[in-house]
Design a protein around this ligand. Structure first.
Ligand code: UDX
Length: 433
C-alpha cells in the first residue's frame, strides 16, 4: 500500500518480500489482498517502472535513501507483540547497507522498538567493521482497510518520530505532496510517535466499547441507542463518529493494539484498568448475536439441529479480512452447540472456508439468498451495502419463520415489526407509531 502510493506520487520504490510467490503475484499485476483501488495503482506504477518487486533486500537497499519496514507484527497468545520479523529485517539492513540510510518503522510496534532496530543495525554494521550514518524514524500508519488508498493519499495527519533534523526534513519532503499542509506533518520524538499509534487505536476502540456498553444498558432499561447516539454525538467534544454499536470491533489492529498496549503498560508497572475493560467489553460483545439466538430458541428445544442463515463474514464491510471477526465467534459458539450455519459474504467466503476447515456444520454459499434456504432464522453480522436493502418478502418466504438478528442495526425496528418479523438489533426497540 505505502509503496504503491509513494510511487503514485512519482517516487521510485523497490518492494522486497521474502516470499517469492508474493513477489511473483505482484509482478504479474495482481495484489494478494482485497483493497479497493490498490491493484490498479500497482499495475499503473509497475508499468511505468516506478514500482518494482524483488526478493533481494540487498537489491532493494542499493539505491534507496529511505527504507521502510512494513512487515507484520502478529499478536502472541499473551497479547504481546511478536517483533521477530521487524528484528529480522533490521538485521538484514545492517548486513547489506553500504551508504547512509533513513530506516523507517511503519509496522505498528511497541514503544522502544525503534531503539531496538537502531541497536540491531548498529550491531550488524559493527560486525562488518563499517561506520555508516543511519537514523531510525517512527512513522506509524493510520489506514483503514477498505479505504486505505484514500487514507494514504489524503491523510488526516502524518506522524514522524525522530530527533534528527535532517531525517525530519527528508521525511517531510517525502510526505509533503500527500499532506498538502505543513500542519498535517507532525514531527515528535520517536517514542511519542510509537505511542501515538497505540493511543489513537485505543481511543477509537474505547469509543466503540463505550457505545456497545451503553447499547447493552439501553436494551435492559428500554432506551433506544439511536436516540442516545444522536443526543451525545451532537456535542462536538464527543462527535458522531465511531459510536456505532455493533458486534464488537475486529480486524488486524484494534484487538491486537489494545492487547499490546495493555502488555506494555503492565510491563512498565502500570495497570491499565480502562484498556482492560475496553478489551473485556469487546470480547463479550462478540458473543451478543449468538446469545440472542440461543435465548430465542431456548424454549424451542435450543439451537441444536436448527439452521442459521448468516450474512457477512468479514470483520467489516469492503474487505475480505476475517481476522478477529465477530462472525467467527458467532459461528463457533453456535456450531459447538449443534446449530448448522449457512453463511454468505461478498468476498470473505474463501478465507472463512480455510479458517473453519473441518467444521462440518458450516456451509459457505456463493449467493446471499441461497443462505436462507432451509434456515430457521437470519443473522446479519457485517454491514455490506448489499445487505442494507434486501428483498424482505423473499427473506420471509424462504426462512422457515421470519426471524432476523441484526448485529449492525441495518434495518428499522418499526418497519421490521410492521412486516411481521421477529427482529433483534443492538440497543434499539420498535417505537410506537
Ligand atoms: C483501524 C483504524 O481505523 C485505522 O486508523 C488503523 O490504522 C487500523 O485500525 P480498520 O481495522 O481497518 O482500521 O477498521 P475500522 O474501520 O477502524 O473498524 C474497526 C472495527 O471497529 C470494525 O470491526 C468495525 O466494524 C468496528 N466499528 C467501527 C464499530 O463497531 N463501530 C464504529 O462506530 C466504528
Amino acid at each position: 500500500m505505502s509503496a504503491a502510493c509513494f510511487a503514485e506520487m512519482g517516487n521510485n520504490v523497490v518492494c522486497v518480500d521474502v516470499n517469492p510467490k508474493v513477489v511473483e503475484t505482484l509482478r504479474s499485476g495482481k495484489v494478494h489482498i482485497y483493497e479497493p483501488g490498490l491493484e490498479d495503482m500497482v499495475r499503473r506504477n509497475a508499468a511505468q517502472g516506478r514500482l518494482v518487486f524483488t526478493t533481494s533486500l540487498a537489491d532493494g537497499l542499493e539505491k534507496a535513501r529511505v527504507v521502510f519496514i512494513t512487515v507484520g507484527t502478529p499478536c502472541r497468545e499473551d497479547g504481546s507483540c511478536d517483533l521477530r520479523f521487524v528484528h529480522q529485517v533490521a538485521r538484514e539492513i545492517g548486513q547489506h547497507m553500504k551508504d547512509p540510510k533513513i530506516v523507517v518503522d511503519k509496522s505498528t510496534v511497541p514503544v522502544g522498538t525503534a531503539d531496538q532496530v537502531r541497536a540491531i543495525v548498529a550491531e550488524e554494521l559493527a560486525k562488518r567493521g563499517m561506520d555508516i550514518d543511519f537514523d531510525v524514524v517512527s512513522n506509524p500508519e493510520f489506514l483503514k482497510e477498505g479505504d486505505a488508498v484514500n487514507d494514504f493519499m489524503k491523510p488526516d495527519r502524518v506522524v514522524l518520530g525522530t530527533d534528527n533534523a535532517e531525517s525530519a526534513e527528508v521525511m517531510r519532503s517525502l510526505y509533503a505532496p500527500f499532506a498538502r499542509s505543513r500542519e498535517k506533518l507532525i514531527v515528535m520524538g520517536v517514542r511519542s510517535a510509537e505511542m501515538t499509534k497505540y493511543a489513537a487505536n485505543c481511543m477509537l476502540a474505547t469509543k466503540i466499547s463505550f457505545i456497545n456498553e451503553i447499547s447493552n444498558i439501553c436494551e435492559k432499561v428500554g432506551a433506544d441507542v439511536r436516540d442516545v447516539r444522536l443526543g451525545i454525538g451532537s456535542d462536538h467534544r464527543i462527535g458522531y463518529h465511531f459510536i456505532y454499536p455493533g458486534v464488537g470491533y475486529g480486524g488486524s489492529c484494534f484487538p491486537k493494539d489494545v492487547k499490546a498496549l495493555i502488555t506494555t503498560a503492565l510491563e512498565s508497572g502500570h495497570t491499565p484498568s480502562l484498556l482492560q475493560s475496553v478489551d473485556a467489553v469487546n470480547d463479550a460483545q462478540k458473543f451478543t448475536v449468538a446469545r440472542k439466538i440461543e435465548n430465542y430458541f431456548a424454549d424451542q428445544g435450543g439451537v441444536e439441529g436448527k439452521t442459521l442463515a448468516l450474512w457477512g463474514l468479514a470483520f467489516k464491510a469492503n474487505t475480505d479480512d476475517i481476522r478477529e471477526a465477530p462472525s467467527l465467534v458467532t459461528i463457533r459458539h453456535l456450531t459447538e452447540r449443534g446449530m448448522r450455519v449457512k453463511a454468505f459474504d461478498p468476498v470473505a467466503g474463501p478465507n472463512t472456508r480455510k479458517a473453519l476447515e473441518g467444521n462440518d456444520l458450516v456451509e459457505i454459499v456463493d449467493e446471499q439468498y441461497a443462505a436462507l434456504e432451509g434456515a430457521n432464522a437470519l443473522a446479519v453480522v457485517t454491514e455490506w451495502n448489499q445487505f442494507r436493502k434486501p428483498d424482505f418478502d423473499r427473506i420471509k418466504a424462504t426462512l422457515s419463520a421470519p426471524i432476523v438478528f441484526d448485529g449492525r442495526n441495518l434495518y428499522s425496528p418499526e418497519e421490521m415489526a410492521a412486516s411481521g418479523f421477529a427482529y433483534f438489533s443492538v440497543g434499539r426497540q420498535a417505537k410506537k407509531a
